[in-house]
Design a protein around this ligand. Structure first.
Ligand SMILES: NC(=O)c1ccc[n+]([C@@H]2O[C@H](COP(=O)([O-])OP(=O)(O)OC[C@H]3O[C@@H](n4cnc5c(N)ncnc54)[C@H](O)[C@@H]3O)[C@@H](O)[C@H]2O)c1
Length: 436
């Protein structure tokens, strides 16, 4: 099959390279000429484990190509994937579909033979209908189907998630489109991955329902962590105690500083707005979004409390900036609200992250970036673990203490145990397990 991937961001690049690795011919297109240049020169614009090798292998085989020219990319394509961004619209929180519709118009004008246009971007219910209308308006004689095929990959584990997904959801009622989608995902049939065919609207909604549920699960355990702190219980043990129940499951029950990233914050708000348009209140999801927002500032308050009630003029060392380990993605990372809240209260911020510093530099003013945890901790009044990179899981506490002004550690990811004897000389606080 010949595939065109429109948008070569996290999702477009990972999907494109994995489809090429399945044996299809893939051309990835992006408007960002610099990104395409980097990719053509063998570079990778994002950090994602395993991606560079897989891209190199498939470029070498001739099955994966990059271009800024959509017409060239769509030559003979069986399927054109739309994998452009759908960010939160400024001001009202709806999904911004500008990029999806702009891409649709460009694609429409270039459709020649029967083409399956697939929305891989996360888009609100009904977007597929509008994409179909736009194509008809621009190119009335085009033979095509519009299919919804949302992506469930996680950054940091994206290749494995794409190649070994729990399921693939395909939304279409068209038999020829189903046949094309079946062929595209054929290698997964061999692995017995459930491929679920549904209506387009059901497929579009399934993606939002999945993200909203996961966001709710995280928020649930975060609230339990607050209660644990108040009553003297341990949230990690509560999470294990409930997670072993198969009806609940142990994933996404790690208490922490609140969810962030490029998907959960925007997708929860988008589904709330969709529901409002249809007059259906989604009170659980609305509350989840509110609780998560408040949590970020309450995490900064935890740091202030650990510093004796004020951070004014104090140096805080922040370990981890990306919204989770193994990615350089800073979009809606909890580190942003935490750092900005601390800065607003007079804190001096030093920070380190194995991959996200180049992204962080675009966001923060007045942050001193450091090579590693120990340089970061130099003269600090407190150290805060915000992202649980492996590099921060086996810190040398004696070395940290020797460089810090005061040995205070706030572990927002519960990487260490409060009763760890090596922490005896530290004032240590974490999430939902009490301080030492
Ligand atoms: N990042 C994730 O983990 C993830 C997971 C699942 C789903 N999604 C969804 O996938 C979609 C893409 O997300 P992303 O994180 O890959 O976004 P991204 O911002 O990293 O990439 C989007 C790319 O599309 C390009 N683009 C925009 N308009 C274009 C056009 N007309 N022609 C060619 N290129 C164009 C941009 O230059 C950019 O490189 C979003 O809807 C997102 O919600 C993301």
């Amino acid at each position: 099959m010949r595939i065109t991937m429109v948008g070569t961001g996290y999702v477009g690049l990972v999907s494109g390279v994995c489809f090429a690795d399945f044996g299809h011919d893939v051309v990835c297109v992006d408007k960002d000429a610099k990104k395409v240049e980097t990719l053509k020169a063998g570079g990778i614009p994002i950090f994602e484990p395993g991606l560079e090798d897989l891209v190199r292998k498939n470029v070498k085989s001739g099955r994966l190509n990059f271009t800024t020219d959509l017409a060239e990319a769509m030559e003979g394509a069986d399927a054109v994937f739309i994998a452009v961004g759908t960010p939160m619209r400024r001001g009202d929180g709806f999904a911004d579909l500008t990029y999806v519709y702009a891409a649709t118009k460009e694609i429409a004008a270039l459709i020649k033979g029967y083409t399956v246009v697939v929305t891989k971007s996360t888009v609100p219910v009904g977007t597929g209908d509008r994409v179909e209308e736009i194509i008809r308006e621009v190119n009335p004689s085009a033979k095509f189907d519009v299919v919804s095929n949302p992506e469930f990959l996680r950054e940091g584990a994206a290749i494995n998630d794409f190649k070994r997904p729990d399921r693939v959801v395909v939304g279409t009622d068209s038999a020829p489109a189903k046949a094309v989608m079946r062929e595209l995902y054929r290698p997964l049939f061999i692995n017995e991955t459930p491929i679920m065919f549904t209506s387009r609207r059901t497929s579009e909604l399934t993606k939002y329902a999945a993200n909203a549920f996961l966001a709710m699960k995280i928020t649930f355990i975060n609230e339990m962590a607050d209660l644990c702190e108040a009553v003297g219980a341990n949230v990690q043990e509560v999470a294990r105690g409930i997670g072993l129940d198969k009806r609940i499951g142990s994933k996404f029950l790690h208490a922490g500083p609140g969810y962030g990233g490029s998907c959960f914050p925007k997708d929860t708000l988008a589904i709330i707005h969709t529901a409002e348009e249809y007059d259906v209140p989604l009170r659980l999801i609305s509350t989840t979004a509110d609780v998560n927002e408040a949590r970020k500032t309450s995490m900064a308050s935890k740091v202030v409390a650990a510093c004796g009630g004020s951070v004014d003029g104090k140096t805080i060392a922040v370990l981890g900036l990306a919204f989770k380990p193994n990615t350089d993605d800073m979009r809606d990372s909890p580190s942003i609200a935490i750092i900005e809240t601390l800065q607003a209260q007079g804190a001096i911020i030093r920070a380190t992250d194995p991959e996200a510093v180049h992204e962080a530099k675009e966001i923060f003013k007045d942050v001193t970036y450091c090579e590693d945890a120990y340089t970061c901790a130099k003269n600090a009044d407190a150290l805060v673990i915000v992202t649980e990179w492996d590099q921060f899981r086996a810190l040398d506490f004696a070395r940290l203490k020797s460089v810090m002004q005061t040995p205070v550690m706030v572990d927002l990811r519960n990487v260490y145990q409060p009763d760890d004897p090596r922490l005896a000389e530290f004032k240590y606080d974490s999430v939902g397990r009490g301080a030492n």
